[in-house]
Write a protein that binds this ligand. Structure first.
Ligand code: KE4
Length: 428
């Protein structure tokens, strides 16, 4: 594999973009080397500017559950483009996507589309504070909910990857009302509510965490959050930006049978175009302007192209047999990776939730950031490089989740397992 063109472009990019990238997690800082520049995506593959072709498990950090340039999505977008790129007015497309989401997640009685997951979580928490008249919010260490000031506290994803002590520029005032607790630790949450329950507006949680690697909470954690928030009159916000339509066709909330008060979404619902959404209880959402006084707005919210890509993606996901095929592919990958690690006698902890995966280089199960942070990052970096050399592109961080698509067939899964077998064996 040569990377000359990518390396030249990266050098030029560093003179134009901070760190040479448009988002920190893309920078390969945690795994070494420089990021490759993509010429095109096709199905389960990315093709870089040097002609190298990789099986892609990043899938634009989750959105591309149908793989790159799915013919059905591409055709619908080509058609939509001929009718314009943005209207700045209501369009029937917003209603169609809203219906598809509500059919999958009945707790989302009203929904507001925005342009990123960050906007969705930021807006949902503003709304929760308005609805309850309270100021405090609770988040969990290692969870990442986008880069709004109030949530950049002990966050996961790129903050954890780069080892940043949260972020300069976030003022003490901006985070004064943000409380944190260890993920999967109900006792810690109960203590927060015992001390300050009267002041807590909301608990926001990744119901399955994908931003410290993939961490599935123990049975009872989510149920406990539902109970303690209801008892104290706080809202429960499921941040399903990543898990929505990824761990189950109805998100974690449908899989576990818990109705949050608010849900935030993004990624898959936009089919690869910029999108976010927040929604939930009608009595809460009716406070959102112009129905109510809670202000939130967006030039390109409900954009017809993002709506079109999201509609086609969710419709395709809902076709008979599609989800079952994804589950079979997931099983094949999960067991193949486990066998490959065992054969090489590599100590590790594989996690899976639907079409999301993770691999921790730890000797113990990972249940929280307090566990995840002890994973062997150098070993992950070596594994990432070894997989990339074998044409398999994993997220360039121990603290990210891997994603599967409908385009990952047996050939791609088996090639990945073969690469993993060699990559694990190559680790010293
Ligand atoms: P965006 O603002 O990046 O659209 O969404 C923020 C967000 C909110 N909630 C959850 C659970 C998320 O995972 C995210 C964004 N995820 C990261 C990947 N770990 C996006 C990748 C990036 O930052 O470039």
């Amino acid at each position: 594999m040569t990377h000359e063109t990518s390396e030249r472009l990266f050098a030029e990019a560093c003179g134009l973009l901070p760190g040479g990238v448009s988002s920190p997690v893309r920078a390969f800082r945690a795994v070494g080397g420089t990021p490759f520049f993509v010429e095109r995506g096709e199905g389960a593959y990315l093709v870089d500017v040097d002609g190298n072709r990789y099986v892609d498990y990043v899938l634009s950090w989750g959105p591309l559950i149908l793989g790159h340039a799915h013919p059905r999505v591409a055709a619908a977008l080509e058609d939509a483009l001929r009718r314009g790129t943005s209207y700045g007015t209501p369009s029937p497309l917003e209603l169609e996507l809203a219906r598809l989401i509500r059919d999958a997640m009945p707790s989302v009685e009203l929904i507001r589309f925005v342009n990123s997951g960050t906007e969705a979580t930021m807006s949902a928490l503003r709304l929760a504070r308005a609805f309850t008249g309270r100021s405090k919010i609770v988040k969990f260490t290692g969870c990442y909910h986008g880069h709004a000031d109030l949530l950049l506290v002990q966050a996961g994803s790129g903050v954890a990857t780069l080892g940043l002590p949260d972020s300069p520029g976030v003022t003490p005032g901006a985070v004064a009302d943000t409380l944190t607790a260890p993920y999967d630790d109900l006792d810690a949450v109960d203590r927060l509510f015992a001390d300050q329950g009267h002041a807590i507006a909301a608990v926001i949680v990744e119901p399955i965490a994908g931003n410290m690697g993939l961490v599935v909470p123990r049975e009872g954690f989510l149920e406990g959050l539902r109970e303690v928030t209801a008892t104290h009159g706080a809202l429960l916000v499921f941040d399903e930006v990543m898990t929505g339509f990824r761990v189950h066709p109805g998100g974690v909330q449908t899989m576990v049978g818990i109705a949050p008060d608010l849900t935030t979404l993004g990624k898959v619902i936009g089919g690869g175009l910029p999108i976010g959404a927040y929604g939930g209880r009608r009595d809460v959402m009716e406070l959102v302007a112009p129905a109510g006084p809670v202000y939130q707005a967006g030039t390109l919210s409900g954009n017809p192209l993002a709506m079109t890509a999201g509609i086609e993606t969710l419709r395709a996901l809902g076709e008979p047999g599609v989800w079952e095929a994804l589950e079979r592919a997931g099983e094949r990958l999960f067991h193949g990776l486990g066998d490959a690690a065992a054969e090489a006698e590599v100590a590790g902890h594989i996690t899976q939730a639907g079409t999301m995966f993770g691999f921790f280089f730890t000797e113990f199960p990972v249940r929280s950031w307090e566990d995840a942070k002890h994973a062997d990052r150098e070993r992950f970096a070596a594994f990432h490089r070894a997989m990339l050399e074998r044409a398999v592109y994993l997220p360039p961080s121990q603290f990210e989740a891997w994603f599967l698509s409908t385009a990952h067939g047996e050939p791609e899964i088996d090639a990945t397992i073969a690469a993993a077998r060699e990559a694990f064996a190559s680790l010293d």
